[in-house]
Design a binder for this molecule. Structure first.
Ligand code: AMP
Length: 304
């Protein structure tokens, strides 16, 4: 029997249709929880919390199973699985949502299996902040809670989002979301504003430009691992966050060095993730691939 999860991840589970300037991939496995769990499970035993409909293909479930993700927190409910259709512009940076069908996600009420509640690490992936709160309330006493969000929730559920942010250890969001949530212009001003809202750490994602970590005492910057080409940036932020917290849970240490190294591992995992659509690349990597790219990445970032 596999060990109990020491990391719990909640988020969306979706069937995505993705169009890039080069390719269209219909009905592929996606969702914030799916990408984050695939990434975190490379380092730590992960329990997934989410919902799928009765139409959810067994093949997708087997993908997670092969990564040894604990699925006892995934509910299957009569109805259709969440579906999302996105199209990338020529630069692969901007994308538009063509459609979102909530399906069973609309009435989702996450219930954590008993053995998840004791987990020391929790990732509240991108879903409605009310649901993130509901999950947080079911946990015994996690020692590190990371929360992600998106512009949609900042616009329509700001109050609930502020409640979540006040209760977590680390908030992660992208540059434009940090500006939207705070009204500040520079990232430093936005980070200071966000730190005042409660978290000990604010991690701002900057896409291909990497990420910045802010605490009350210092700032740490990391470029993204440079790729010559990639296929699909969907879920890169989730894979980064999942890889980060999965590695942190493996270290089981919250020192500044452990946090910085975990960020670098998250970046490495995200770089693999975008090389293929869906979880295509994340399911195929070995620990050795990660360590090799990590060593290369550390060398690239070294100043002295
Ligand atoms: P990202 O590229 O990090 O924005 O994550 C993309 C994933 O988010 C896709 O696989 C979608 O299934 C999922 N997604 C799209 N819209 C939403 C939403 N409103 N809430 C939760 N997940 C979403």
């Amino acid at each position: 029997m596999s060990a109990q999860p020491n990391l719990v991840v909640v988020g969306s589970i979706g069937i995505d249709t993705i169009e890039t300037p080069h390719e269209k991939q219909p009905d592929i496995l996606g969702g914030s929880a799916s990408y984050a769990c695939a990434a975190s499970s490379l380092f730590s035993r992960t329990g997934m919390v989410g919902v799928v409909g009765t139409d959810f293909p067994d093949l997708h479930r087997q993908v997670w199973g092969a990564m040894d993700i604990d699925l006892s927190g995934v509910q299957t409910v009569e109805g259709e699985t969440f579906k999302w259709h996105g199209v990338y512009e020529a630069n692969m940076d901007n994308r538009s949502t063509i459609s979102t069908e909530l399906g069973v996600f609309a009435d989702f009420s996450p219930v954590l299996p008993g053995e998840y509640r004791k987990a020391p690490y929790l990732f509240l992936g991108n879903i409605a902040p009310e649901l993130q709160l509901h999950v947080l309330e079911q946990m015994d006493d996690p020692k590190f809670v990371l929360v992600d969000t998106m512009d949609l929730w900042i616009n329509i559920a700001r109050e609930a989002l502020e409640k979540v942010v006040a209760k977590v250890t680390m908030l992660t969001l992208n540059e434009s979301e940090a500006r939207l949530l705070t009204g500040e212009q520079t990232l430093l001003a936005a980070a200071k504003h966000l730190l005042k809202m409660g978290p000990e750490y604010v991690l701002i994602k900057k896409g291909e430009s990497g990420s910045m970590l802010f605490t009350h005492k210092n700032i740490f910057m990391l470029h993204a691992y440079p790729l010559e080409s990639f296929k699909d940036p969907t879920g890169a932020g989730d894979a980064f966050a999942g890889g980060f917290i999965g590695k942190l849970a493996e270290f089981d240490e919250l020192s500044p060095v452990a946090i910085r190294q975990a960020m670098a591992y998250g970046s490495v995992v995200a770089s693999f993730g975008v090389e293929e659509f869906s979880l295509g690349r994340l399911t195929g990597i070995e620990r050795e691939d990660i360590e090799n790219r990590y060593a290369e990445f550390v060398e690239m970032s070294r100043i002295s």
